[in-house]
Design a protein around this ligand. Sequence first.
Ligand code: NAD
Length: 296
Amino acid sequence: MENIAFIGLGNMGGPMAVNLLNKGFKVDAFDLSPEALSKVAAAGGRAASSATDAAKDAGVVISMLPAGKHVASLYLGDEGLFAKLPKGTLIIDCSTIDAGTARQVAEAAQARGLSMLDAPVSGGTAGAAAGTLTFIVGGAADDLSRARPVLEAMGKNIFHAGGAGAGQTAKICNNMLLGILMAGTAEALALGVKNGLDPKVLSEIISKSSGRNWATELYNPWPGVMENAPASRNYAGGFMSELMLKDLGLAEETALQSHAANPLGALARNLYEEHVHQGHGKLDFSSIVKYFHTVN
Ligand code: NAD
């Protein structure tokens, strides 16, 4: 079993690192937030003093950071980890970032004799805690084979999307659709409630009808409809609206660069832009339902 350095222990990375520990991996962990670090230390991880310290005995380095700029600054440059890791180290970046940065980082890794996979995840914080994430991987097949036992300790489905950056492209397509469907679900529920329907009854009807989707089945945005959904705990935890806005922006940039039409993705991005501007950036993205309260 390879020693693992885990960098970025937030809503997703924290429970993922704990699952590795529970499956018997040795985890040296680092996060800028002492609070996030202490949770993983309490589960048996070593609290490292820096990313370099975390990686000093690692065969595999995993990162789970907010955006591309955090990933680039962790790995690249004279002070970056790549300058310090021994040849042969496998790096698995699970953050959702733009495919261009993912490819740039993968090329820099290759130039130093390191192996790199982009492996963004789907499944949310519940999937991270339960160890049932879906990994969407870009990179070389050999590197994925080596990563498999590590990924299997944190997830259930592992897809090889293609070469470096392909995992990010697939993930961004998925999340653009997620943003669209969450906004659409919120709009439909708000319309029903405004016209006298019980949100629970309407959600049950939609879940058994042609409008059913991931939100109505597992992540209902209306407070009180689903006990375990962020909506029923004031939208705390989960997947922050500002991160959804980031992903919708990545989808838009990808569409611009490839001259693809994404009118619904662009609309969803504008809704989330407004939502975040109204101060809801730290709330789970299902809080987009508040937007429909404001306009109704
Ligand atoms: P988060 O903000 O909860 O966690 C990010 C963590 O990274 C924070 O604890 C922060 O302190 C730490 N960090 C930032 N820069 C650092 C650095 N240089 N060194 C060490 N630690 C650093 O975010 P999250 O919800 O865990 O999301 C992480 C990534 O996963 C994002 O790219 C997000 O888009 C993606 N994602 C999130 C979800 C979700 O449901 N939350 C689902 C799928 C994918």
